[in-house]
Design a protein around this ligand. Sequence first.
Ligand SMILES: NC(=O)c1ccc[n+]([C@@H]2O[C@H](COP(=O)([O-])OP(=O)(O)OC[C@H]3O[C@@H](n4cnc5c(N)ncnc54)[C@H](OP(=O)(O)O)[C@@H]3O)[C@@H](O)[C@H]2O)c1
Length: 331
Amino acid sequence: MDSFKALRTYTEGSAVTQRFEQLSLEDIDEGDVVIRTAYSSVNYKDAMAAHGLGRNIRPHPPCVGGVDMSGVVESSEDERFGPGDPVIVTNYALGVDHDGGYSEIVRVPADWIVPLPDGLGLREAMILGSAGLCAALAVERLEQNGMAPGNGPVAVTGATGGVGSFAIDILAGLGYQVTAITGKADQSAYLKGLGASDILLRSELPRQRRFLGDTLWAGAVDNLGGATLSWLTKAMQPHSAVALCGLAESTHVPVTVMPFILRAVDYLGINISSAMDMPLRRHIWDRLATDLKPAQLQSVARMTPFDDLPTVFDSVIESKMTGRIVVEVDG
Ligand SMILES: NC(=O)c1ccc[n+]([C@@H]2O[C@H](COP(=O)([O-])OP(=O)(O)OC[C@H]3O[C@@H](n4cnc5c(N)ncnc54)[C@H](OP(=O)(O)O)[C@@H]3O)[C@@H](O)[C@H]2O)c1
């Protein structure tokens, strides 16, 4: 196979840098299946890795980034896949400890691969990517926990981000009244277009008493942690739940036990990394292709040429983006 282009991340001293390189198969991590990448995406985790934040980045040897990819199988040593199969790979160690989707060629273990479900294209799969998977799993877990459209409004934080955008769209499609909680005062039209009924600015959340607030939400999808999650927790209806997806504000949550022991509020942990087994992963992808397919998929996508990829990570960390950055690897 000829050489191929990839964006590699290096840690040099305390500095994290990325550069495009021409690689060959010998340069990238092992696996049973070689896939030609069509699209990748930029998740918050990718931006963290590009900035050397958290413990996600592999400092040595250098790693090709990209937590998500969709593409077509070139060759396979595993009988479940053959040349020409359209596939999706997200999470596991991809783009973190295993060379990832910011590469024209990816090689992964067959156990990480999801066949592209009927009803989704390769581009749509990467508009969704980890964010869509996370949002859909959060909605499924909340409904399993008893959330239903008749119970009252549902709150979504980090609303203009990938997970937030899809959570709003999916919930609105299922008939929920959705309140989008955002830091971006100028994004009302975008959020209403996704299906949000109401918008609350994070800086203007109503004051609460110390331990418990008014009971506002029949369910919530949280992408932030921190003070916003604390505020949400105190405002949950009795026997409702918050799906904990992210940490964009903080890993710490200043709460007391009161919402849990007086209102029986539940926290539902959402994890789509290797902790999500393949049957559940395929089930959620199947739902994303059918009953949970977001109606506004195209309006959420921010298409980005592969060559421009290094320029977008700052805007994700600085929270200047809305929706999903989709990387056109096979331009
Ligand atoms: N649990 C899992 O398996 C899983 C899977 C995917 C993602 N995640 C996590 O879920 C979170 C959201 O992911 P994403 O892909 O949607 O990220 P994203 O597209 O970057 O969106 C994050 C959103 O959070 C808000 N935000 C960003 N920085 C903030 C800050 N410092 N303080 C408060 N709000 C801030 C912004 O929304 P507004 O301006 O609208 O408030 C931003 O658009 C991330 O923490 C990510 O790591 C977890």
